[in-house]
Design a protein around this ligand. Sequence first.
Ligand SMILES: [Ca+2]
Length: 487
Amino acid sequence: MRQFRVPFLLMTCFFHVLFIDVLSGAEKPNILVILADDLGYGDLKSFNPDSKNTSPNLDQLAREGMIFTNAHSCGSVCIQSRYALITGRYPFRMKSYRWRKQSLIDEDRLTLPKLLKQNGYMTAAIGKWHLGFNEGNLPPISPVLHGGPVDRGFDYYFGIPGSLDQPPYYYIRNQNVVSLPVAQVKGNNSVTEGWTRFQGAFWREGGIAPGLKHENVLPDLTDETLKWLDGYGKSEKRKPFFLYFAMTAPHTPWLPLGKFKGKSSTGSYGDFVTQVDDSIGRVLEMLDQHDLKKNTLVIVTSDNGPMWHPQDVKKYQHQAAGPYRGMKGDSWEGGHRVPFFVRWPGEVPKGKTSSQLQCHADIYLTCTAAAGIKPPGSIEVDSNNMLAIWKGNMVKKPIRETFISQSSGKVLAIQKGDWKLIPILGSGGFTKPSRRKPEPGEPIGQLYYLTNDPAEKNNLYHQHPEIVKTMLADLKKIQNSIQPPQD
Ligand SMILES: [Ca+2]
């Protein structure tokens, strides 16, 4: 008997391990993160019923999944925001913001794609990177670029180095520049669209790859995403995927294709939002085509608030930041409170809305939890696992209690429950004045009770010195230390 028992036990163990392996592999969801660029909280009807824009695909996504009304990008501009999404860390922990000079993510950083890749995921990024390369992004451009997406966790990359109004303009595939920006393009702007010359069909003068046209970039990136998904769908699908589609719109230049012109009543901006919605709809349709919808966790959000001034609100009667104050770049909510959709059929309830506080850094631990991955204990992230909230479960207390945003002027503001503290006066960002000195008798900072005052109009800084003191201490504590992830 003894002779048979050992092999039998070994066989049992072998099949057990094999079975668990196969089972866990099958259970891992695909993860699709779609990041719009400068899409405002108020641009979509699911977040702002008074929106003047048309977005049928995102309206449908809201019905098929959950939307989150208290979700934030960790920075009010592209670079900071993207760093947080990819690393799960607050952007004030970055050593440098000089994306034109260097790669902004440390080589040994365990990014979200790297962690997923280590755990059996196929990873791809398509779109705007904006987190730098070792060789920099100043002419002359190196034909091979390191320290970018494929050196920070993505198996595949196609896209552009920065924003579509920042030269030089060229595509990169994996580590290779597709065509060097050896031609020159003149700057462009359309003063009739938007309040400033930095809106409308605005781009800066500089180098451009021969043949590249600004208006083709969003369609090209969408096609690349469709092609990648189609290829995955036709493959044997041995691995789950993590696909990051970082759109270049509705950031400037606002260049809607002809078929989208006139689709909104907010000029080329709103028409461009409709094109963004159409691109997202086509990507989601590709999941359907390959029967990938059910096992794919879809997240759609924006990297920061809209480039939309009070004058634009008045002209078009459209609040791109919804009920919130300010715009892209600002410490006020308009800078960083963003639309946030999650769809995962059978796991995330349909048509539900949550006002739980969360931020883009939370995508890190929530996605790894959805994938059944336990990150190493030594990991240093500012992320919370929000999966219980995403699954529509009741929680006794908020999972995320505090959130720190960083403005374009590098001002750190802290939200804690219903309260929001901005330690300076001014927007901290693009709304003027960015910073101002207090008048005699005026407080030195801003404290708002967001629940009753979402538009941050009633400064309670002097009325609640104890809350100011506690929140400043919290801000300092989080700045100076990174908390281990909570289970
Ligand atoms: Ca942006």
